[in-house]
Design a protein around this ligand. Structure first.
Ligand SMILES: N[C@@H](CCC(=O)N[C@@H](CSCO)C(=O)NCC(=O)O)C(=O)O
Ligand SMILES: [Zn+2]
Ligand SMILES: [Zn+2]
Length: 207
């Protein structure tokens, strides 16, 4: 389905259905990851010549994200996205199929030109999270990845057309599976951003 019909379908389904899909890995409860998990490969959704990305460790700060920019699977209201140090990520097949979907965004999302899946998002500009890449572990064929820790940018789904009168259903569903909801990132991540900004604003700062 192309982009506009897909968005209309998702809007109608999620607004009028009894239980909108937050994300397939969240709807039926969350499966805990493996503390000793050492990483694995991510693959795009092309039937052949898949883009392959190899991750050399587990992810951190994995979270549901309702923002308009993160990649979401079909019919889901939320993305699930985590971070990994840039030096733990390498593109190991079909790199030529990748393109950056929005060069003006802080997170440069590298997506497959054919299937549209986002393989990784990298920050090249001065930013508190520079050095971390954003990835979607559902693109892996392995289990053991860190489970989602919280839900971020929940109110952002309203900006994309979700009925605001139904937002409490979404927040309650997250709570029922043990995830706190926020309209930006979680407090520890917001504190890290603020700490970085405070350092940068100091007259003697070299950041
Ligand atoms: N309401 C906006 C919010 C977009 C936004 O700020 N997204 C965050 C989180 S993405 C992963 O957690 C962000 O850091 N964006 C930077 C970027 O995307 O380059 C919306 O919905 O678009
Ligand atoms: Zn693809
Ligand atoms: Zn996002």
């Amino acid at each position: 389905m192309s982009a506009l019909p897909q968005r209309i379908f998702t809007y109608v389904r999620n607004t009028f259905a009894m239980a909108p899909s937050l994300h397939p890995s969240i709807d039926n409860g969350i499966k805990k990851g493996d503390a000793n998990f050492a990483g694995g490969k991510l693959f795009c959704h092309c039937p052949s010549n898949k883009v392959e990305v190899t991750l050399g460790s587990n992810v951190l700060h994995n979270h549901a994200c309702g923002c308009s920019k993160c990649w979401k699977p079909k019919s889901a209201l939320f993305s699930v996205v985590g971070v990994i140090p840039t030096d733990k990520l390498s593109v190991t097949a079909n790199q030529q199929k990748l393109h950056i979907i929005d060069k003006s965004a802080a997170i440069q999302r590298n997506a497959c030109k054919e299937c549209g899946v986002h393989l990784f998002g990298r920050i090249e500009v001065d930013h508190p999270f520079k050095g971390l890449d954003f990835v979607h572990t559902e693109l892996s064929d392995k289990s053991g990845w860190q489970e989602p820790q919280f839900a971020a940018f929940v109110s952002s789904i309203i900006e994309q057309g979700f009925d605001p009168s139904q937002i409490d259903t979404v927040r309650s569903k997250f709570k029922s599976v043990g995830l706190e909801t926020y309209d930006v990132l979680s407090p520890p991540l917001m504190d890290a951003i603020a700490t970085y900004t405070a350092q940068k604003n100091k007259p003697s700062s070299k950041l």
